[in-house]
Ligand binder design. Sequence first.
Ligand SMILES: Cc1cc2nc3c(=O)[nH]c(=O)nc-3n(C[C@H](O)[C@H](O)[C@H](O)COP(=O)(O)OP(=O)(O)OC[C@H]3O[C@@H](n4cnc5c(N)ncnc54)[C@H](O)[C@@H]3O)c2cc1C
Length: 340
Amino acid sequence: MVASLYGVKQAKKAIWIFLEQEGGKLEGVSLELLDKGRQMADNANWSLVGLLIGKDVSEIADEAFSYGADVVVLADDPLLDVFTVDAYTQVTYDAIMEHKPSVFLLGATPNGRDLAGRLAVRVRTGLNADCTNLNLDKKRGILVSEVTGFGGGIAALIEMQNHRPQMATVRPGVFPPGEPDKKRKGKVIKLPIKLEADTIKTKVVERVVGEGVDLTQVPALVVGGRGIEGDFGLMRELAGLIGGDVGATRPPVDDGYIERERQIGQTGVVCRPKVSINCGVSGAFHFVVGVQESDIVISINTDQEAPIFDFTDYCIVGDVFEIIPALTAALSSVKELAHG
Ligand SMILES: Cc1cc2nc3c(=O)[nH]c(=O)nc-3n(C[C@H](O)[C@H](O)[C@H](O)COP(=O)(O)OP(=O)(O)OC[C@H]3O[C@@H](n4cnc5c(N)ncnc54)[C@H](O)[C@@H]3O)c2cc1C
């Protein structure tokens, strides 16, 4: 196996987080990683460092400090205005080779994934993608990354013995965001930028922002599985009444009944709503990881042996086409009464 460009002996006791920003606003997953990173750094007595790249982004450093960073390494340059994988990889590579962190974590967003893969190859290290948990073994200084394997049936714990930095990506919503402490302060280290415009091969010709939904932030989720036979109108009505939004298992998405961005689960989004109502969902592991952190789980299924009931607080054995209209009618009349 090829050795990494620096090893255990040269690596500093620091956890680095890639602070992904868009238009001067930090991505939620970066805040989630800062909180998780802070817990691991405190436990091992290591430092927590955010790597912030962009143009005129220095003000975001304060937010990173409030969420736990001790230091922000800042790469601020007009050439870094928008994410291009060649420029961001070069700058991240320079920062990593100068400071030699032991751990480097990124959000598993489209840009985070793009950067992580290219960077791991460049520094000759490994990359644990889409981790479902992370822990730092403080005695050995080893990051223990949990990933699901064999179709979700097992949780594999992966360790990198000799290669540094120990890299991992984590999808949005896997870790809860922490609470900011506005009084926390930290230190900014400016990174000298050695980029030349003509070395950036990627040219951004147009920026199109989709009207995507972010189910990781909704307070209530009504999820339709194969058992609802594509009737998402029924789901939307209920979701509207409880101030929530609609999600789905994979089969209705594959069948084209609903957009892929609404898929919940291992290959979809991981949500933490106050309440999730699962309708006609069997409860495959791949799905359950997406809702198991809900405060309250309600499930409706005709099969009383359905595995979803093992993860459910309120189990309703029955037909969704009877239960949901009855629930919707009851909630509507309560609302009407409340509004006179
Ligand atoms: C690598 C991999 C990744 C995957 N990632 C995901 C993922 O991210 N998200 C995901 O959802 N799946 C994912 N899957 C698929 C997953 O394994 C399951 O196949 C899927 O979640 C099943 O969806 P379902 O519960 O809607 O359908 P089914 O398993 O078919 O269950 C339908 C349920 O509806 C009930 N039902 C039927 N009619 C009614 C009715 N009228 N009223 C009430 N209940 C009724 C049935 O009793 C049954 O329990 C993945 C699979 C693989 C291999």
